[in-house]
Design a protein around this ligand. Structure first.
Ligand code: APR
Ligand code: ZN
Ligand code: ZN
Length: 367
């Protein structure tokens, strides 16, 4: 069948929206009609090559849709089911999965972009095979994905809100509640108040942090941060964020600092912002070749902790429905995250708006 999708052929060139041939779902795969796809900075990182695919790739990893058809052996899902796409595939039985670290599942040794059997589902008009970002590629009208990547949701949730739970909300809230397990009364700094960082702020509110200090270089993002629950804001373009955070915390530093950009410079800032024995949590995906340099003796003598948080250390089928329930109860903001809707053809405009700091989140909607 045919699908229109957003494809990266060359790094740092405009993304191409074109019609592709999509194969039918094979065993344990599902065909989904996409409802909405959020535009996350990690998509732009695929365009720039910071997140590296060695050939043409269809973009998108934050989406929700409706099941159209299922392949052989699929028993847990039926046509008509509404689902969020998880961007990790997990088996549920390996060592990492059994340790509740399903995002670090070790079962699938398949190169990036392929389906689990090592083949493609997407081809362009010349017959060239096209990878699927994170094995899903949500910036496409239809997608064929492994059933392991699906999270069934109640049918009444709007797909454009559910889509955001597929990456930004789960990554941000999960970093606070699952990875760091922030205690009530903690002081928290969040560097980068974008689509993911605003959700770190929401997570800190849910964890009942006492002070939530948002750091960004865009005044618009700092206003948004306040609306999402930041108690203090620091414009890193105007003042030194490490000093500013120290001032707010009476010279101590924060209990937790979250880096939500993926920049070695701000990763070091996060490390330097925390108090002795405090924890810096790195959420932003830096360039795949980037390295970070830290004061080695200081790390030991102050017992600081530096930890990574991938996908909010989530268990998709447990955490994503919970996050939607919190939304329903009015405890999690999803409506306010969506600044603008785009058509798939406007993907390059959506990236330009992201780079200009225009949006909390831009969302691509499909008919
Ligand atoms: N200091 C402070 N804030 C900064 C700086 C800086 N030096 N550089 C950029 N920012 C801010 C931007 O102004 C923006 O508000 O960081 C924010 C990044 O937000 P988005 O572009 O919306 O990115 P987002 O989708 O939130 O992703 C952030 O998380 O999941 C990862 O891969 C993703 O690495 C990416 C990160
Ligand atoms: Zn993302
Ligand atoms: Zn596993």
């Amino acid at each position: 069948m045919k699908t229109r999708a957003a494809v990266v052929y060359e790094h740092n060139e405009p993304v191409v929206v074109e019609e592709l041939e999509l194969e039918e779902p094979k065993s344990n795969e599902v065909l989904i009609r996409t409802g909405a796809s959020g535009v996350c900075h990690s998509d732009l990182s695929v365009v720039t090559g910071a997140i590296y695919y060695n050939d043409a790739v269809a973009l998108g990893h934050e989406g929700a849709g409706t099941i159209e058809r299922v392949g052989d052996g699929v028993t847990d899902f039926c046509p008509g089911d509404r689902v969020i796409l998880s961007f990790v595939t997990y088996c549920g039985t390996c060592r990492m999965c059994l340790m509740d670290k399903v995002c670090l599942c070790e079962s699938y040794d398949v190169p990036r972009g392929f389906q689990l059997d090592g083949t493609y589902r997407l081809y362009n008009k010349s017959g060239k095979p096209i990878y699927q970002m994170a094995r899903i590629a949500t910036m496409s009208e239809y997608m064929v994905v492994p059933e392991q990547n699906l999270v069934k949701i109640a049918p009444h949730y709007p797909l454009e809100k559910a889509a955001l739970v597929g990456c930004g909300v789960t990554t941000g809230v999960g970093a606070v509640l699952n990875t760091a397990r922030v205690e009530p009364g903690s002081t928290v700094a969040v560097i980068g108040a974008g689509g993911v960082g605003l959700n770190v702020i929401q997570g800190a509110v849910l964890a009942r942090a006492e002070r939530i200090i948002a750091v960004d270089i865009a005044a618009k993002k700092l206003d948004l941060a306040k609306r999402f629950g930041a108690t203090d804001v620091v414009n890193a373009g105007a003042s030194d964020p490490i000093e500013a955070v120290r001032e707010v915390t009476a010279g101590l530093g924060v209990d937790y600092a979250f880096e939500v950009i993926g920049n070695p410079k701000t990763i070091v800032q996060a490390y330097r912002m925390v108090r002795a024995a405090g924890t810096a949590v790195i959420v932003g995906m830096a360039h795949h070749e980037a390295e970070v340099s830290l004061p080695a003796q200081h790390l030991v003598s102050t017992e600081r902790q530096l930890i990574g948080s991938f996908y909010g250390s989530c268990r998709p089928r447990v955490d994503m429905p919970k996050l939607l329930s919190l939304y329903e109860e009015g405890k999690l903001k999803l409506d306010e995250l969506i600044t603008r809707h785009y058509r798939l053809e406007q993907i390059n405009e959506a990236f330009a708006d992201m780079e200009a700091g225009e949006n909390a989140r831009g969302v691509i909607v499909f008919d």
